[in-house]
Design a binder for this molecule. Structure first.
Ligand code: PAJ
Length: 280
């Protein structure tokens, strides 16, 4: 497995692969890898001839009072996992390589970026869209792989790829969970034993709502209320949002139908966690 630090080298590698008639897959990550990330790597390996994973803790997607400095950085362990799963290239640029000193160009997906996590984290999706655009332009992949775990991020990136006519297919993989239901996340490392238990309220709320929805309940207001009741039983956890939206536009909907996203975000002490399900 090759570790590449510069955009020029990454592009040269990708072009070489593609000139040989092979396809390139890209898995963007911020490292601190877990099975959720590795499921994307496996999806990429399954449908692309060569796979690059990026590891870059992207400063522009963190707010001033967020966890950028604290964010877990476990590069050597990450590389070992990626190597075991057969990744060909790890792209791990320094911040100056992704954001050349003096750079002032950003990608803004207007509207969508102000909804859900974008509402609670102003500027977050501008940072995400910018860095993913840069990664796509650098790696020129045939396919790029993302997790449904970050469902609003998926909506923003789908819009960006469509609006900019970027020549890449976005592939979205299901949420990978711990055996007790907690959605895997690099931020789960912040939780102590007690918070780890409290964090289960997110998946519990979603399960309750999914049960009602499968039972035929279609009114978003009723489902949101049901989720609220589950959260109310775990007062240590502070709800950020409970939302029922169209997955493409992130606009609220009143009635559940196919393609609707039911998403929650909540703080377990200082750790912000998200989870969701999409109605079939
Ligand atoms: P990061 O949080 O490291 O996640 C990288 C990818 O792994 C994302 O597409 C995310 O949705 C996916 N992922 C995380 N947890 C998952 C889980 N439990 N199941 C399935 N997939 C999961 O998301 C980012 O990084 C950044 O915003 C990035 C896109 C890399 C841009 O900086």
């Amino acid at each position: 497995m090759r570790v590449i630090r510069t955009i020029a080298e990454l592009r040269a590698w990708s072009r070489e692969v593609r000139i040989a008639g092979k396809s390139v897959g890209l898995v963007p990550t911020m490292g601190a890898l877990h099975e959720g990330h590795l499921s994307l790597v496996r999806a990429a390996k399954g449908s692309c001839d060569a796979v690059a994973a990026s590891i870059f803790v992207n400063p522009t997607q963190f707010g001033p009072n967020e966890d950028f400095a604290l964010y877990p950085r476990t590069f050597d362990a990450d590389c070992a996992l990626l190597e075991t799963d057969g990744v060909d290239v790890v792209f791990a640029p320094a911040p100056d390589e992704m954001y050349r000193p003096g750079s002032t160009t950003f990608v803004e997906v207007a509207g969508l970026s102000e909804r859900l996590d974008g509402k609670s984290r102003p500027g977050h999706f501008r940072g995400v869209a910018t860095v993913v655009a840069k990664l796509l332009i650098a790696a020129e992949p045939d396919r790029a792989f993302f997790g449904q775990k970050d469902a609003a991020q998926v909506a923003v990136l789908r819009r960006m790829v469509a609006d900019l006519a970027l020549p890449v297919e976005l592939v979205v993989s299901p949420i990978v969970r711990e055996t007790d239901g907690l959605a895997m996340s690099s931020r789960n490392r912040y939780l102590n034993a007690e918070e780890r238990k409290q964090a289960l309220v997110l998946s519990r709320a979603l399960n309750a709502v999914q049960g009602l929805s499968l039972g035929g309940e279609t009114r978003a207001s009723v489902l949101i209320e049901a989720a609220r009741r589950v959260f109310a039983a775990e007062p240590a956890v502070r709800v950020d949002y409970i939302a029922v939206v169209d997955w493409a536009t992130l606009e609220p909907v009143d009635e559940i139908r196919g393609g609707v996203l039911f998403a929650v975000a909540a703080y377990v002490r200082k750790t912000r966690l998200i989870d969701n399900f999409v109605v079939e």
